[in-house]
Design a protein around this ligand. Structure first.
Ligand code: NAP
Length: 225
């Protein structure tokens, strides 16, 4: 039976490459959720849905998941990065970072839990090396990296609460990948990986790693900008 893969944040970058990755896998339908449509894969195996991790996204996520039905894999890939000196961060910069990178993810997972495949399912959160405990930190990224650290912590807390269930959650802390987000954080830096390479790793991980790992925070990094 075809698996339902839900990917959030798919208009560009790693999310768009993930949609392409799953469009090429057998027996699955990729549900691409994003605010904007962005790049589009012409395939019957890909369904596009408008979705915003903004306020009240639990309600809109529930309505979408009711239509999709049973979810096998949920990849929380969307992210928002603001690069500003600490004192210049506005309330909106901080709240938008937290809304997109942690609050919206938690509310989306609340909506998804009743729909996760009751035999086996995997939720993969996409965090950052910036949010990985003990990693090198960078000026200008206080709102982004603290919100990504919260996503790591959420992974451990959810996993404890759901340890007796068939829902597995893990968190990947990505290093540099050549995307618009990387360019805004580290202008001019050349990353060792492109979005397709990282999407291939995340795609394989989401399909297989839940058999071996639960509640883990995993650094996926070749370099430090
Ligand atoms: N690239 C890197 O080097 C790197 C390193 C560490 C971690 N990461 C993480 O990897 C993930 C993907 O990053 P990327 O580099 O591909 O970023 P990107 O090119 O900026 O793409 C981010 C995606 O998230 C979507 N998004 C943003 N806000 C959203 C919202 N409120 N609701 C729904 N979708 C939203 C964007 O879509 P719209 O704006 O069109 O809605 C876009 O499709 C992010 O979580 C990022 O933090 C990336």
């Amino acid at each position: 039976m075809s698996k339902n893969i839900v990917i959030i944040g798919t208009s560009r970058g790693i999310g768009a490459a993930l949609v392409n990755f799953f469009a090429q896998q057998a027996d699955c339908t990729a549900h691409a959720l994003s605010r904007k449509q962005g790049s589009v894969v012409e395939s019957e195996k890909v369904k596009y849905h408008s979705f915003d991790l903004g306020l009240d996204c639990r309600k809109s996520a529930t309505a979408l998941f009711e239509k999709i039905g049973s979810i096998d894999i949920l990849i929380n890939n969307a992210g928002f990065l603001v690069n500003k000196p600490f004192l210049e961060l506005s309330h909106e910069d901080i709240s938008m970072s937290y809304q997109t990178n942690i609050v919206g993810v938690m509310e989306t997972v609340q909506a998804a839990v009743p729909f996760m495949n009751s035999t086996r399912s995997h939720i993969v959160n996409i965090s950052s090396m910036g949010g990985f405990q003990g990693s090198m930190k960078f000026a200008g990224l206080a709102a982004y990296s603290t919100s990504k650290a919260a996503l790591c912590s959420f992974t451990e807390l959810f996993s404890e609460e759901y340890k007796e269930t068939t829902i597995t959650m893990n968190c990947l802390c990505l290093g540099a990948v050549q995307t618009e987000m990387l360019e805004s954080a580290f202008p001019g830096y050349q990353a060792p990986l492109n979005p397709e390479q990282m999407a291939s790793y995340i795609g394989d991980f989401s399909m297989n790693a839940d058999q071996y790992l639960r509640g883990k925070i995993i650094p996926v990094s070749l370099s430090t900008p």
